[in-house]
Design a protein around this ligand. Structure first.
Ligand SMILES: Nc1ncnc2c1ncn2[C@@H]1O[C@H](COP(=O)(O)OP(=O)(O)OP(=O)(O)O)[C@@H](O)[C@H]1O
Length: 578
């Protein structure tokens, strides 16, 4: 229990520090409102006692306490509303801050980390919890305010009956014990619930996302995917249901404990021989104490329930590796050398590639070829550090890439994957994200577009570089090949020392494909280009070709050599070369 309370306290301190940093003015207002709210009930109790004592005399005698009491009731109402509204403002601001920090963290995570299911589940769970995390600072202050209220009421009642005073404060204990236990239960359920929710959300995204939705509605099988989404949602709900059932029972136990103590406090006041004023004030105090205990219960419950979410958020934010950009200087002009690498996927019985060696110098374009599943993509992913090596070494400019940070290593590469992104932003944004800092002037963007043979169709668009792309936001729709050209434009803009182009023209027509490969040849000086291709004719101009088969390099050489040898290369491309 102590560890749960410790975790809740640590989350509470974190959220207050963050709010002080990002919304200090609102935090001050919230603290002020909660302070007034915390002390108002005790002041009301004193005013009741004063009023009852003055009630036997003249109107002049009881008017002042009456006015004070009415004033305190009004202040209580106004401050309670103001506190709620202030909390909403704080929540909105902090939620934006937490979301921004989360997105920047995700953007800085190494790709192999993002590929782990546990990481994506954590991200999804934290995303879903941002609203609650933003809410936490309000719960922290409300908890403190309720505790202060209970203690000040206890002291006020103590004057009337010491036993009753102690019981008013002690009434908090059952609730606090119950909530500490509940936090442990919720913490355990949080990850499982997040995972089920993520799977449901994924299925929903396929149903509503433009590309997949079109395919699914065409197939008429949208309902099947809706069923998959619902099954995962049902699992998430059942995890929550089980937890809520436990929480309701635990709350009941806490409520009974509290009721017994406050009942004891009432009895103590009534039988304790306090006068009429004392009894009236005592009763009001005990009822206000009940209110404070309930409110402490709610806000402390939030604090305990949101604590694990904040802890998960902090874990994620803290998982970004440090930036050690300047540690190693690399001179790619000495080329890339892949020496005897073996790579396996977790859980697979055989390595996906074995003892693969290849090399390329600056200005060279090399090609990796082979049938589906031969190991080409695995090899390029291993080169970029997205997969771990079981054996072997990869060097660039003589530097072992394993000694670089993930960021340093990725900075060496410009990548066009088979799964290129179709970002529905403006043309300018779609291209400038090729650079890590997103900085590019219009001339650079147009040059990259021209090199990728995307300039012509962009020039015809209504707002040029400011044209919104994609149908989701009413933008201009593009063909698959046009999207792929924009991805290539990103690679040109990035201008990294090593380019990895995994089927860069798979969606592009033959004429444009020729032009794109001609441009790659024309601009190849100074960089290393690694192309994965299934099209025979694109291989003619390659400086060297590596032939993959079942995870191994079975042959290599230039196009004519490989063809004349009549080995695996000739077999694979027999139909294409006629
Ligand atoms: N994420 C993965 N987990 C487990 N095995 C994988 C994974 N990705 C690929 N493989 C396996 O590794 C082997 C090599 O796949 P790889 O994707 O490297 O082939 P490829 O030559 O690029 O094929 P394609 O031409 O279809 O892109 C295949 O047997 C494949 O099943």
């Amino acid at each position: 229990m102590l560890s749960a309370l410790g975790a809740a306290a640590s989350s509470a301190a974190f959220t207050v520090r963050q709010t002080w940093r990002y919304a200090p003015g609102w935090l001050v207002r919230l603290v002020a409102a909660n302070s007034v709210m915390a002390l108002t009930p005790s002041a009301q109790v004193l005013a009741v006692a004063w009023l009852v004592r003055s009630s036997g005399g003249s109107a002049r005698g009881f008017l002042p306490p009456l006015l004070v009491l009415v004033g305190l009731v009004a202040v209580g109402q106004v401050i309670s509303n103001a506190s709620n509204l202030t909390q909403q403002r704080v929540r909105t601001r902090m939620r934006r801050h937490y979301q921004d920090e989360l997105m920047r963290t995700v953007a800085a995570l190494p790709p192999q980390e993002l590929a782990r299911p546990a990481t994506t589940a954590l991200i999804e769970a934290v995303r879903g919890a941002l609203f609650d995390i933003g809410h936490l600072v309000g719960s922290v202050l409300a908890s403190i305010a309720a505790l202060v209220t209970a203690v000040t009421l206890g002291v006020t009642v103590w004057v009337i009956s010491p036993v009753a005073g102690v019981l008013v404060v002690a009434a908090l204990v059952p609730f606090l014990l119950v909530f500490a236990w509940e936090s442990k239960m919720q913490d355990e359920a949080f990850t499982r619930h997040g995972f089920a929710e993520r799977r449901s959300n994924y299925a929903v995204e396929q149903l509503v996302g433009q590309r997949t939705a079109t395919e699914l509605t065409t197939l008429g099988s949208g309902a099947v995917v809706a069923g998959i989404a619902d099954a995962h949602r049902a699992r998430a709900d059942s995890i929550m249901d089980r937890i809520l059932a436990l929480l309701i029972r635990a709350d009941l136990v806490g409520a009974v404990g509290t009721a017994v103590m406050l009942g004891g406090a009432l009895a103590g006041i009534v039988v304790g021989g306090a006068g009429g004023a004392g009894i009236a004030a005592g009763i009001v105090a005990v009822l206000a104490g009940l209110d404070a205990t309930r409110s402490a219960g709610f806000s402390f419950g939030d604090l305990i329930a949101y604590g694990p979410k904040v802890a998960a958020y902090r874990r994620l934010i803290g998982s970004v590796p440090g930036d050690d950009h300047d540690r190693v200087k690399i001179n790619p002009e000495r080329g890339i050398a892949v020496t005897g690498i073996t790579v396996g996927y977790p859980g697979a019985t055989h390595p996906a590639v074995s003892e693969v060696s290849l090399s390329a110098g600056p200005g060279m374009i090399i090609a990796l070829v082979g049938v589906n599943g031969a190991g080409k993509t695995t090899t390029v992913n291993a080169i970029m550090g997205l997969l771990d090596l079981a054996e072997g070494m990869i060097t660039v400019g003589g530097v072992d890439l394993a000694t670089l940070s993930s960021r340093q290593r990725l900075d060496l590469f410009g990548l066009l994957t088979q799964e290129f992104g179709r970002y529905e932003f403006t043309v300018r944004d779609v291209v400038r994200i090729g650079r890590a800092d997103g900085r590019a002037d219009d001339d650079e963007i147009w040059r990259a577009l021209a090199a990728a043979h995307a300039k012509d169709f962009i020039e015809k668009m209504p707002d040029g570089l400011d044209t919104q792309l994609g149908p989701q936001f009413g933008g201009v729709g593009l063909s698959g090949g046009q999207w792929q050209r924009l991805s290539l434009a990103r690679v040109y803009l990035r201008d990294a020392p090593i380019w990895i182009l995994d089927e860069p023209t798979s969606a592009i027509d033959a004429e444009a494909e020729q032009q794109i490969f001609a441009e790659l040849q024309r601009t190849k000086a100074g960089r290393i280009t690694i192309v994965v291709s299934h099209r025979a004719w694109t291989l003619r101009g390659m400086d060297h070709i590596y032939v993959f088969d079942e995870g191994r390099i079975v042959d290599h050489g230039c196009y004519d050599e490989l063809l004349s040898r009549g080995g695996r290369f000739a077999e694979i491309f027999a139909e294409q070369v006629g």
